[in-house]
Write a protein that binds this ligand. Structure first.
Ligand SMILES: C[S@@+](CC[C@H](N)C(=O)[O-])C[C@H]1O[C@@H](n2cnc3c(N)ncnc32)[C@H](O)[C@@H]1O
Length: 319
């Protein structure tokens, strides 16, 4: 059944690592909070509650369908709240350049349950639907464009890099062969082609045979890694001294980007060890709030399997 977008329900999306997000962002009354991945507003509701009626809330999402969730949030938030629609890489950069400063910024990456559960968005391999996968339906390319227009080599590299798909070459070849007859239009056609391209025993192993290719296409269609790389420096620029940044990643490539970025800013002097004195003058910009990535507990994963691959990293701006 299609969810009713005009009547969002509290069960639409279970916020991942919610208690940890709340503890690490440690929002205080009067502060400015930025939720750069608003979704259904699950984390937002918790963080807004910590403002206790005083402060500002900025919600960002590139998906226009979050609007009814935001309207519900705004009615209940009790603080000044606004929704900025767009890629967080662009919006955070604009806010930072306009001198907007934040005390707490959250990035809960990837797709929401509502996006996965709406068949017409084409994110799911489980239902036949138009091949789309765009978080922002006004942007190009769609999954249809990529599957029909990218070269066989490009497809292979997308499947291997973003999906760690063992049979990337076979699947890319099968797609190239199939689209010479007629272009792909629907998720079901792609699932069938993937299924037929991989060896029979692999069709029954490790989850759905199309899972990794769908994940890879989604990451490529939405340029998820590119957006993250650009957003992180903008988020740090926006933070006030003492401001906190929390990022939840669901893919090892995303987590690696976050980990390297924060490690780099947590370092001070980068002079060679044999220099008698520091000549670089570099000071740490961020301080880790936890040394290691935080993973969900087994009971959270049992209650919300989507949390299974989550890794949370948190740091505060030095100052
Ligand atoms: C995992 S969901 C967030 C769920 C949210 N924390 C909650 O508790 O309801 C991720 C959301 O971020 C949005 N998103 C992902 N990448 C984005 C980007 N580059 N710019 C803006 N929004 C993005 C998606 O559209 C989706 O709504």
């Amino acid at each position: 059944m299609l969810p009713n977008v005009l009547q969002p329900s509290a069960t639409d999306h279970v916020p991942v690592l919610a208690a940890e997000v709340r503890e690490l962002l440690a929002v205080q009354p009067g502060e400015t909070v930025v939720d750069a991945t608003f979704g259904a507003g699950g984390h937002a509701a918790l963080l807004a509650a910590d403002l206790e009626g005083r402060g500002r809330f900025v919600a960002i999402d590139r998906d226009p369908s979050v609007r009814p969730y935001f309207e519900r949030f705004r009615r209940r938030a009790g603080v000044q709240a606004r929704l900025l629609r767009g890629d967080f890489a662009v919006v955070l950069e604009q806010l930072a350049s306009n001198g907007v400063r934040a005390d707490a910024i959250l990035l809960d990456l990837g797709v929401s349950s509502m996006q996965l559960d709406r068949p017409e968005r084409g994110f799911s391999y489980a239902v036949d639907a138009p091949l789309d996968m765009r978080m922002d339906p006004s942007r190009e390319p769609s999954a249809r464009d990529l599957v029909n227009e990218a070269s066989e080599r490009e497809l292979q590299s997308i499947f291997r890099r973003y999906g760690e798909e063992r049979y990337a070459r076979q699947i890319a070849r099968a797609i190239a062969r199939r689209r010479r007859e007629r272009p792909f239009e629907r998720t079901g056609e792609l699932v069938e082609t993937i299924r037929a391209a991989i060896p029979a025993p692999a069709r029954f192993g490790d989850g759905h045979p199309a899972k990794r290719v769908f994940q890879a296409l989604r990451i490529a269609v939405n340029d998820e890694l590119g957006s993250l790389e650009s957003a992180l420096p903008a988020a740090v620029r926006m933070l006030r001294p003492g401001g906190r940044l929390v990022v939840i990643a669901f893919h090892s490539l995303e987590d690696r980007i976050v980990k390297r970025f924060l490690r780099d800013l947590e370092r001070g002097c980068v002079c060679p060890p044999d220099f008698p004195i520091c000549v670089c003058g570099r000071e740490p910009v961020m301080r880790a709030l936890r040394r290691k990535a935080i993973r969900p507990t087994p009971s959270e994963v049992a209650a919300n399997p989507r949390a299974g691959s989550a890794r949370l990293r948190a740091a505060a701006k030095v100052g």
